[in-house]
Write a protein that binds this ligand. Structure first.
Ligand SMILES: [Zn+2]
Length: 117
């Protein structure tokens, strides 16, 4: 993973470390940031610019100016943090609640908003 990607992940981690919403801080050890524009051409994912899997954050655009913002990476890393504590319940919640009113989605939005510089 490029050094710049590790740095953007670390900035997001430091933002989440100011929140105490889960018993343990987010662990970055196995988390990778991958720029994968092809993923966001697949119809169900077209509306997203980022997507979190358990240990991988997919981004439509590279981080940095004109690309993925720190806010977006913080939002996606919050989803990773959620899955570190609720590895099944969090992903399954999207089947139950959908997207817009999903409590984990709202929490990730709040994480980015409340920690914005
Ligand atoms: Zn989200």
């Amino acid at each position: 993973m490029p050094r710049a990607y590790a740095e953007v992940l670390d900035r997001a981690r430091r933002r989440l470390d100011t929140l105490d919403w889960y018993p343990a801080p987010v662990r970055l050890k196995r988390v990778r940031l991958v720029v994968a524009p092809w993923f966001f051409r697949v119809p169900p994912f077209r509306r997203f610019d980022g997507y979190a899997l358990h240990n991988t954050i997919l981004l439509r655009l590279p981080p940095g100016a004109g690309g993925a913002s720190d806010d977006l990476v913080t939002h996606e890393l919050c989803h990773v943090w959620q899955m570190q504590h609720r590895p099944l319940a969090m992903p399954l919640s999207f089947l139950r609640y959908g997207y817009g009113r999903n409590p984990y989605e709202l929490e990730a939005r709040r994480a980015a908003a409340e920690t914005a510089g």
